[in-house]
Design a binder for this molecule. Structure first.
Ligand code: UT7
Length: 326
């Protein structure tokens, strides 16, 4: 059976680290509160003038090198992001140009923090139909330059970064085995960044200035996240003969250590089989899973034949999962 195999991974985190202690000087918060309520110790922040494609570029170069793939062999550049460089063109096109890829299809996907899982499922379907053979998929977010540093409930959560994978069409039993996607648009008020799109363009002066900031109903979101994370992890195994005990590593979206722990507990998964880096990078939205994946690969935590489970949840609301055999 034709499958999408992940043949290379990479990630990039900007050099500048923003610690909780530094945030204490910028807003009414404490290192202790942030660590206890979120598990985050620090996050990375890109330089002025850097956009998401600038962060995706080094991650993509690393992934292509690891895969031993010439950039011009890529036939689709796909980027999962909620913070594209421009309204148009897509950041995937910006990334294509940076990589010197002369001809390839290129587009962005926005499924907020579930973006990587949505994009992986989409890329996999396109490979299975025979439409593309080699896909570069990057998840990248440049978010810290748009945060309101007076809003302690959201500003402490997010960080910049990018991760990338190279997918190759391959016959066999390695690659994406299943994917599950779901959404509930009626609950978009739980997490929304209202202004800046076509409904309330920045500079139109017809929106409340608070619409320029992320609005989040944290506790409600937390409860939904735990339920949907655990459901998504189980759904990925539906219709397969794989049991949760056989999963070598779960790589969840990194929003809050307590969400990750409670979801794992709910399905009876021990935390030693769950990859966590939220303490070091914060919530990097669509970039969180590919960053974590590359860190896990480079740390030797994934070996040939391992079953890996990706699970994500985010604004939309959106959630989903993918089961992959390495
Ligand atoms: O990535 C995709 C989706 N995102 C999520 O899934 C996020 C889900 N939600 C969460 O992770 C948590 O709800 C938060 C980390 C956002 C908040 O934690 P919480 O334990 O739910 O706190 P809370 O919102 O109930 O606030 C508790 C208190 C409040 O003070 P009072 O009213 O009890 O006096 C807040 O004002 O903590 C206060 N607070 C803070 N204090 C210090 C909120 N943010 C901060 C802060 N520093 N940064």
């Amino acid at each position: 059976m034709l499958r999408s195999r992940i043949i290379g991974t990479g990630h990039f985190l900007p050099e500048r680290i923003l610690t909780n202690t530094e945030l204490e000087t910028m807003m009414d918060t404490t290192d202790e509160w942030i660590r206890q309520r979120t598990g985050i110790h620090q996050r990375h922040s890109a330089k002025d003038g850097e956009g998401s494609a600038d962060l995706a570029y080094p991650a993509a170069v690393q992934a292509l090198e690891a895969a031993n793939v010439d950039p011009n062999d890529v036939d689709l550049v796909l980027m999962a992001t909620t913070t594209p460089d421009y309204i148009f063109p897509a950041s995937a096109c910006v990334l294509q140009e940076k990589l010197g890829i002369e001809r390839a299809a290129a587009f962005d996907m926005n499924a907020a923090c579930s973006g990587f899982v949505y994009a992986l499922a989409t890329a996999n379907s396109m490979i299975q139909t025979g439409m593309f053979k080699t896909i570069l998929l990057a998840g990248a977010e440049r978010v810290t330059n748009r945060l309101n540093w007076e809003m302690r409930d959201t500003a402490v959560l997010f960080g910049d970064g990018a991760g990338a994978v190279v997918l190759r069409a391959e016959n066999g039993d390695h690659g994406v085995l299943t994917s599950y996607l779901d959404a509930s648009g009626g609950e978009n008020d739980l997490l929304i960044w209202p202004a800046g799109g076509s409904k309330q363009p920045i500079g139109s002066h017809n929106h409340d200035s608070s619409d320029c900031d992320i609005r989040m109903r944290g506790q409600d979101l937390f409860k939904r996240a735990v339920i949907e994370f655990s459901n998504a992890m189980k759904q990925a195994l539906n219709g397969t003969d794989v049991s949760l005990d056989e999963i070598a590593l779960v790589i969840p979206h990194q929003a809050n250590i307590r969400i990750i722990q409670k979801s794992a507990e709910r399905i009876g998964m021990s935390m030693d089989r769950v990859f966590v880096n939220v303490d070091q990078v914060g919530n990097t939205m669509a970039a969180s899973i590919p960053i974590a994946l590359d860190q896990a690969v480079r740390a030797g935590r994934i070996k040939d034949g391992d079953l890996i489970l990706f699970a994500a949840f985010g604004a939309g609301l959106t959630w989903g999962s993918c089961l992959v055999r390495w």
